[in-house]
Ligand binder design. Structure first.
Ligand SMILES: [Zn+2]
Length: 304
């Protein structure tokens, strides 16, 4: 094993060393390698903000009722997306409950004698539909989306396609937040034109593809991965990053190393890794195993 794998070891070593360097400097050079596609309301033309930007995949959105009012037909089987709206209001609360909850009287609390009114937020969820999911609905607002041009890399496409077919993974390109869903066994990659370069695109999609091997390769999944144990999540991220870097290296795609997934800049992620000195030793062989599973689907065997 040791002799055969000299090449692999080098890749893993280079990547892990960069990780360690970055961690030691406490400055992860996080660069988001894609541009978000904006989403907006057909009704107002206003851009969605905050979380709504992440839960929608970009473009113009219409609610069921707005569609009805405009005489627009939502296509059969159209997938709704979800947005939230917060409304501020003053909530009535008895003085006993106020005290029992340990609240304190501030400028924002209204004293009504028998009771207080305190600021509260109500949240409402709306299902919205992209106008591209409607019949004959022209986009109403002329908002421009960022679009980058770069040449697809044939071998990278072939490998991705072969693995996706073999693993039965669902792939969704529309979206501003690349991710892998273990429960749904699908990935969101983002649209190719959202990425600034071929390297940015492939390193991101490979990262998600590596995540998608976690069931087959028995890496920790479930509750541990989803956050009750930050250590497991940090380790899985490390696997995804090293695995993606390995695939990039195999394909000879130049990528100035950056931890490119948005998850990476979550502080807890980094501190978890720092408190887990064995993470890299654990992750590197897992990452290579995952990368080779992906390559094998396309009939590629490394160093054999
Ligand atoms: Zn990730």
């Amino acid at each position: 094993m040791a002799k055969k794998n000299t090449n692999k070891k080098t890749v893993a070593e280079i990547v892990t060393q960069r990780f360690i360097d970055a961690l030691e400097k406490d400055s992860i050079p996080w660069i988001k390698p894609w541009d978000d596609w904006k989403s907006w309301s057909r009704n107002t033309g206003d851009f969605y903000q905050g979380a709504n930007l992440l839960t929608t995949s970009g473009g113009e959105y219409i609610t069921f009722n707005q569609a009805k009012a405009e005489g627009i037909k939502i296509n059969k089987g159209a997938k709704s997306e979800m947005i939230v709206k917060y409304t501020e209001y003053m909530r009535k609360i008895s003085k006993e409950d106020f005290q029992a909850a340990g609240y304190v009287v501030t400028d924002r609390v209204e004293d009504h004698g028998d009771f207080y009114k305190i600021p509260a937020r109500s949240v409402k969820y709306y299902n919205v539909f992209n106008v591209t999911e409607c019949t004959d609905a022209e986009q109403k607002h002329d908002h421009k989306q960022p679009r980058h041009e770069w040449d697809a890399i044939e071998e990278a496409e072939r490998i991705q396609k072969a693995y996706i077919e073999k693993s039965g993974l669902d792939v969704q390109t529309a979206g501003n937040q690349p991710l892998y869903s273990p429960s749904g066994h699908y990935i969101v990659t983002g649209r190719p034109e959202q990425f600034k370069s071929a390297a940015a695109y492939y390193s991101t999609s490979f990262h998600e593809l590596i995540h998608s091997t976690q069931k087959e390769l028995n890496r920790e999944t479930g509750a541990a991965f989803r956050g009750s144990d930050g250590k497991a999540k940090a380790r899985e991220e490390l696997v995804a990053e090293i695995g993606a870097a390995y695939l990039m290296s195999y394909l000879g795609i130049e990528n100035g190393y950056s931890i490119n997934n948005s998850e990476a800049y979550v502080k807890s992620w980094i501190s978890n890794l720092k408190n887990d000195p064995n993470a890299i030793l654990w992750a590197a062989p897992k990452a290579i195993e995952a990368a080779e599973l992906i390559l094998a689907a396309a009939g590629v065997k490394v160093n054999q």
